[in-house]
Write a protein of this length. Structure first.
Length: 367
C-alpha cells in the first residue's frame, strides 16, 4: 500500500483586487497631452469667452466700420493638490510566509531580491489609491464644478471651486419616480443650457443608479429608447472598458443622446463607507469628447532620492498609460530594519469648458 505524503498543497493565489482600470470612466473625459505634465508649482489658464452675435450692416454705406469689442478672457491660477502615500516593509516581514507559499516549497533568494518583491505590491497599492482619487476628482468636478478633498482624518483639506453656473445645476420639477414626471423634458432643459452657454450640443448622459431606474421605467422614455448594442463601436474608444455601461440611446428632437450608467464605487480612506462616483440621483450631460476641453494636468513634485540600493531599480518618475504620473522612492529606516515605499502625485482635473457641462439632480424621491 502506498503511503500518502502528508504535505500541504497550495493552490494558485486568488487576488481579490479591484479593477481600478474600470474605475476610470469619468476621468477618461479629461484629456492628457505631453504639455500637461508640467514642471511648475502653479498652473495658469486663460479662458476666452466669445459670443455668437451677428455682424450688423453699415448704414449709410461708407460711414465706416462698426467697432467690435475684443474677446473677453478670464485668468485662473490653481495649485494642484498633493497625494503622497507611504507603506513600510520590515526585513522581518521577509521571513514570513507569503501568499501562495508553504513551508515545504519556500525558496529563498537574496534579501535584496526578497525586499524588492515585497516593495512592488506596496507601490502598486499606492498607485491604485491615487488612480481612484483622480476619478473622485473628475466625479466631483463634473457633478458640482467644485472639488473638496479630505485628509487622512476625513476633514476637508483642499477646495477648488470653478464656479459652475447655477443654471447648469438643475433640480427636476417632478421626481422621476412620481406621477406626472417628464424625464425627456428635463433632459432637454439641460441640453438647452449647454447649447446656450457652451455653444455645443449634448450627446452623452451618465446616470446614477436610482436615476437610471426611474428614467427607464418612465413611459415617455420607453417610447424613445433604443437599445442598440452595435452602436458602441461608434463610441470614442477611450470610453470603452472604463467601467461605464452603454445602455442605448434616445432621440430628443434632432439630437441623439447616448445613455450610460456607471456603478463603480470607492471607499473613504479612514472608514469602510462606500460611495458611488456618480450620485444615485444625478445625471451628467456632456457633448462629444472632442467638443470638451477637460484636462488632466500634473504639477511637479520633486523629491530627494531615498539613497538606498533600490534607487537604480525603482524609477524616480513613472508614467502609466501616458496619463498618470507618479513620483516614487524607497526610504530606509536603518534602526528599525525597515524600507518604506513612497508614491506621490499632483494631478488636477481641470474643467476648462465648464459651460459645456450640465447636471440634473434630485431626480428621485430618496437617493
Amino acid at each position: 500500500m502506498k503511503i500518502p505524503e502528508f504535505k500541504e498543497t497550495m493552490l494558485e493565489v486568488f487576488r481579490n483586487r479591484p479593477d481600478v482600470g474600470r474605475m476610470g470612466f469619468l476621468s477618461s473625459f479629461f484629456t492628457v497631452k505631453p504639455q500637461y505634465f508640467t514642471n511648475g508649482e502653479l498652473i495658469d489658464i486663460d479662458v476666452i469667452n466669445r459670443s455668437v452675435k451677428i455682424a450688423p450692416v453699415v448704414t449709410p454705406n461708407g460711414s465706416g466700420a462698426v467697432q467690435v469689442a475684443p474677446d473677453l478672457f478670464t485668468g485662473k491660477q490653481v495649485r494642484p493638490p498633493l497625494y503622497s502615500l507611504a507603506r513600510p516593509v520590515s526585513l522581518y516581514d521577509l521571513m514570513q510566509r507569503k501568499p501562495g507559499e508553504t513551508v515545504f516549497d519556500k525558496t529563498y533568494a537574496s534579501w535584496t531580491a526578497e525586499m524588492q518583491n515585497a516593495l512592488i505590491p506596496a507601490f502598486e497599492l499606492e498607485q491604485d489609491m491615487i488612480r481612484v482619487s483622480i476619478e473622485v476628482q473628475a466625479a466631483k468636478m463634473l457633478q458640482t464644478g467644485k472639488v473638496d478633498l479630505t485628509d487622512e482624518n476625513g476633514k476637508i483639506a483642499y477646495t477648488l471651486d470653478y464656479g459652475m453656473n447655477p443654471d447648469h445645476k438643475i433640480s427636476v420639477s417632478t421626481k422621476w419616480d412620481a406621477t406626472g414626471a417628464d424625464p425627456i423634458a428635463d433632459l432637454k432643459g439641460g441640453m438647452d443650457v449647454v447649447r446656450k452657454d457652451g455653444h455645443s450640443d449634448v450627446s452623452t448622459a451618465i446616470f446614477g443608479a436610482k436615476a437610471w431606474e426611474a428614467f427607464i421605467s418612465n413611459e415617455k422614455v420607453l417610447k424613445l429608447f433604443q437599445k442598440d448594442v452595435l452602436n458602441i463601436a461608434a463610441l470614442n474608444p477611450e470610453l470603452v472598458d472604463r467601467g461605464g455601461e452603454y445602455m442605448g440611446y434616445i432621440m430628443i428632437g434632432a439630437y441623439k443622446v447616448n445613455l450610460f450608467t456607471y456603478s463603480a464605487v470607492y471607499e473613504a480612506f479612514n472608514a469602510e463607507d462606500r460611495f458611488p462616483f456618480v450620485d444615485d440621483d444625478k445625471v451628467i450631460l456632456l457633448p462629444n469628447r472632442d467638443r470638451l476641453d477637460l484636462r488632466l494636468m500634473y504639477a511637479r513634485h520633486p523629491v530627494i532620492a531615498g539613497g538606498t540600493i533600490f534607487d537604480d531599480i525603482v524609477p524616480e518618475e513613472l508614467t502609466i498609460e501616458n496619463r498618470i504620473r507618479y513620483t516614487q522612492r524607497v526610504i530606509a529606516d536603518i534602526p528599525k530594519n525597515t524600507y518604506t515605499a513612497e508614491t506621490s502625485s499632483r494631478p488636477l482635473c481641470l474643467p476648462v469648458s465648464i459651460d459645456r457641462i450640465a447636471v440634473l439632480g434630485d431626480t428621485v424621491t430618496a437617493a
